[in-house]
Ligand binder design. Structure first.
Ligand code: PMP
Length: 362
């Protein structure tokens, strides 16, 4: 079997080997069509089957209620930062943004172009090392919606319990933790995520949107930026990223075959624990960035005692074949992204390396 690199990239990131091998096998002749999935017409019955299969797997696995629509869009999660206020925030209207990191900052920046978003809570002063507690969230009356980032890829924090926003739609950017555990979708008006962490290759953005919101959106926005356009055409208004949607379906099939979301969550918890335990038992040699009760199961962020030691650790990890352990360029330090497809053995190898490095360098 081919030797795979210990890939801790933050996104695009590791994909399941089984899925890659299946895609490789099907590449030149997809389901007896004598062509690859990339060469099929997006209007063909064969592609329609691929497309609808991906939708139904997502619906079943994530227990999405019938009053929600699943859309496959382009433009990344970043375009959702704009599409959400463009469709749902009118001039003069307020929307609450819970600020937990750089991606929340990018989201509110777009909303300011359309209405009056406000920061309902922010942990910026603490270098975004925690998620605000529910008691810190004092929403105004008449918010158009509430927006949060469920997992903060850069800082390594993750919501453990979501706020109840009553009749006000709760909108979540779940780019870096979607499908890592079960979620009660009915609490949300919209969930969106770029595919390139837990779902597949980059190029597809999944949007799960409550049906009643679709028609409530502002109709005075360009056709491609209206949710109703994509909803009416089952995300086939224009040419979709066909190969990405195929891969998404195959990744979801892999999640199913691996026991579904409860099993994936259990595995993710075990993987993260291997590394957090090394941090916690290191007597301060490694220091976790996130407060314990805000820790992410997907992005584990930590520092060493000096930048020099961090450099040495990262160089040693690199020499041993570990990839993607540098912290985001905006915060430095180290980060291990342990998404669904990162194997337990890779996390075990990293935990062992960290222990060994400590012994040799303290
Ligand atoms: N939100 C979060 C939480 C992310 O991690 C990222 C990408 N790393 C984005 C949004 C931006 O996504 P995209 O590159 O798909 O626009």
């Amino acid at each position: 079997r081919i030797q795979r690199t210990y890939n801790f990239n933050a996104g695009p990131s590791a994909l399941p080997l089984e899925v890659l091998e299946k895609a490789q096998k099907e590449l030149v002749d997809f389901r007896g069509n004598g062509m690859s999935v990339m060469e099929l017409s997006h209007r063909s019955a064969t592609f329609e089957e691929v497309h609808n299969e991906a939708i139904s797997r997502l619906k079943n696995l994530f227990s999405i209620p019938d009053n929600y629509e699943i859309l496959f869009l382009q433009g990344g999660a970043s375009l959702q930062f704009s599409m959400i206020p463009m469709n749902f925030l009118q001039s003069g209207q307020q929307a609450a943004y819970i600020m937990t990191g750089s991606w929340s900052e990018k989201a509110i920046k777009e909303a300011k172009l359309f209405g009056e978003p406000y920061e309902v809570a922010s942990t910026k002063d603490e270098n975004y090392n925690r998620i605000p507690s529910l008691s810190e969230l004092n929403f105004h009356d008449n918010d158009a919606y509430v927006h949060l980032t469920s997992n903060n890829t850069i800082y390594g924090t993750q919501w453990q319990e979501f706020p109840d926003t009553g009749d006000v739609p709760l909108i979540a950017d779940m780019s870096s933790d979607i499908m890592s555990k079960p979620v009660d979708v009915s609490k949300f008006g919209i969930i969106y995520a770029g595919a390139q962490k837990n779902l597949g290759p980059s190029g597809v953005t999944v949007v799960i949107i409550r049906k009643d919101l679709i028609e409530k959106g502002n109709q005075q926005v360009p056709t491609m930026l209206k949710y109703s356009t994509h909803s009416k055409s089952n995300s086939l208004y224009n040419t979709p990223p066909t190969f990405g949607i195929y891969m998404l379906g195959e990744v979801l099939r892999w999640v199913e075959e691996n026991g579904g979301l409860e099993a994936i969550e259990k595995k993710n918890t075990e993987k993260a624990k291997l590394i957090y335990d090394v941090i916690d038992e290191s007597n301060g040699f490694y220091k976790g960035h996130a407060e314990k009760d805000s820790r992410s199961l997907m992005n584990i962020t930590f520092n060493l005692q000096s930048e020099e030691l961090e450099k040495k650790f990262l160089a040693e990890a690199k020499a041993r074949g570990f990839v993607g352990l540098n912290g985001h360029r905006s915060v430095g330090g180290c980060r291990a992204s342990t998404y669904n497809a990162v194997p337990y053995e890779a996390c075990k190898a990293l935990a062992d390396l960290m222990k060994e490095f400590q012994q040799a360098n303290q």
